[in-house]
Design a protein around this ligand. Structure first.
Ligand SMILES: [Zn+2]
Length: 304
């Protein structure tokens, strides 16, 4: 591990992304806080996102913010602030429903509503989408067609790992083009490192918060140096909020959601010191110009 762990490489520009939602929107709490209760919950998303924006300003960093439509609708000033501070606004859908639990028409309505809210808020086109809990899987590949039809240009929802709720373990580990009959979507998967036959997540969320920081540092350095690729990092505003109300849940969910909340902001600061980051749209633009003559396509396995 140590041979690529230090010093870190600041020549590669990695991609930073924040999924802007509140602590009670997280999929593991679906059965704990029903949607009709959401308006009555204490909202902490604006304060937490503002702290992240301030930290990014400190490092002169531009990021992508995948904002939940439900949050955008109630906090239009937050949407404007994110855009005015130079960041990319992208869509996390409207109601945080898992893609494979929705019908095609319900999904279309959800992503259309979120896109419209965000575009009205920032006055610019929104081209990126990330599904709640990375829920584009072999069961919901039809969603890619809907995204294209609704004007999205890239997706960041297909994690090339094995997980109990998401993932297509054999899908590509780098940005790639997915050709569908209705068009071509650029897929920007969350970052992994190869470990024997496995792809292990190295860049964000619980993997960043729960595992020691060295895991992320090693993984991103390895991607940057050995593979010459940018990492795609992700985090949620609630992950830097140790004072959020505790919700009832099982032991595994409690561990996944609450572990190390008090350490994550400082850890994020270390990450921003060690590596360079930009928004996903820059990575997509670079990918497009690099492969404009002969796009690298990675057809997904349609038969499972
Ligand atoms: Zn989410």
């Amino acid at each position: 591990m140590s041979s690529v762990a230090a010093p870190s490489d600041r020549r590669v520009v990695n991609a930073m992304s924040i999924d802007v939602e509140d602590y009670f929107h997280v999929s593991v709490f679906d059965g704990v806080v029903p949607r009709q209760e959401w308006p009555r919950m204490e909202s902490r998303v604006v304060a937490n996102t503002t702290r992240i924006l301030d930290l990014f300003d400190e490092f002169n960093l531009r990021s992508t913010f995948f904002v939940l439509g439900w949050v955008a609708e109630r906090n239009p000033d937050l949407v404007k602030t994110i855009a005015n501070r130079g960041h990319e606004l992208a869509s996390h859908g409207y109601a945080h429903r898992l893609v494979y639990d929705q019908t095609r028409s319900a999904f279309r309505e959800d992503v259309r509503r979120a896109k419209r809210l965000l575009e009205d808020g920032c006055g610019r086109p929104v081209i990126g989408y990330r599904a709640p809990s990375y829920s584009i899987t072999p069961r919901s590949l039809w969603a890619l067609d809907v995204l294209l039809e609704e004007g999205y240009e890239y997706d960041s929802s297909i994690f090339p790992i094995r997980h109990d709720r998401y993932g297509i373990p054999v899908s590509a580990r780098r940005p790639y083009a997915i050709e569908r009959t209705v068009g071509t979507l650029v897929e920007v998967p969350g970052s992994t490192t190869r470990f024997g036959p496995l792809n292990l997540p190295v860049a964000g969320g619980g993997y960043f918060r729960i595992l020691p920081y060295q895991w992320t540092r090693w993984g991103i350095a390895r991607l940057n140096r050995l593979e010459g690729r940018a990492a795609i990092f992700y985090l949620h505003p609630w992950e830097i909020d140790p004072d959020q109300p505790r919700l009832a849940c099982g032991r595994l969910s409690r561990f996944r959601h609450y572990r190390n909340l008090e350490r994550t902001e400082e850890r994020l600061r270390r990450l921003l010191t060690d590596f360079k980051f930009g928004p996903i749209r820059d990575l997509v633009a670079a990918y497009r110009s690099e492969f404009s003559a002969a796009p690298v396509t990675a057809p997904l396995p349609y038969l499972w």
